[in-house]
Design a protein around this ligand. Sequence first.
Ligand code: CU
Length: 307
Amino acid sequence: MSTLTQKLSRPQWRQAAWITGTAVAIFLTFRWLPTGTNLNHMDFRVDARNSIDFCDPANPQFVPVVTAVSPVTMTLSFATPPVTGQPAEGTLVLRTSSGKVIEPVDLLVAHTKLLHLLIADPTLTDYQHVHPEPGRTRGEWTFSFTPRLNGVYRIFADFTPVATARSLYSFVDVTPSGSVPGAAKAPAPAWIVAQEGYRFMLEPAVLPVRAGKVADLTFSIVRADGGPVAMGPVMGAYAHLVAFDDQRSGFAHLHPMETDLAQLPDAKQPVLHFKITIPRAGRYVIWAQVVLADKETFVPFWFDVAP
Ligand SMILES: [Cu+2]
């Protein structure tokens, strides 16, 4: 009989048994408790040369979502087929390249939401930004949007997996039936837009904006009547900018340098600063999203990027 067993008295044995039992119970409890995401970074790996690069929020790049291979596919279904001009109730499922569905527990909250949908019509004159909610079935997300124009709508998904902690994207196209008369047409390039009693300005520090060069943008608003501009937070910032190329091959999601919501922008002429790098020359639109006097407002700035 080993020396240890000889040395331990009955109470000591009982104590050792208690400690071991408790340790096993704690271990099993932790094993049993949901540990958050069951996905790991391998679920987000794609063996393709042109796979999507995870995006660094500090240095927003334009991501060619359509041409790059994403490790996540998005499927979409509607309660009833979408019709132009009518609300469409959609259900989407995100699946990793390993076939696993992506649930709320698998995503980090980014800009106050788990999942962002950026929706645009072919002319990029109907841009909408919606936030799906988890559906009743695991892996399902539900949302609603009203296509205002004709043609093939592109729905980009923007999310941040817990497993990678970096933004990732996917997209799907949907064609509402029905149509509205007339063809929408993108306006001419302009860095100043008058809309809803406001003047919106987006000023690049250097013109023209050149491909591959960081562009410093200053966004500001004044009221046409000179009154105060009541800006409210949207997705944890005072403005969000989303840039698309006119082919909708991808986008860049920009957030202001001014991240402290306690720092209210100037009431007369609020000013926010952004950075963007656009890899290729061409025609682009930046949609600015702000909340003014509690009303969500979207403003398009069309511009050309020089080679
Ligand atoms: Cu969002």
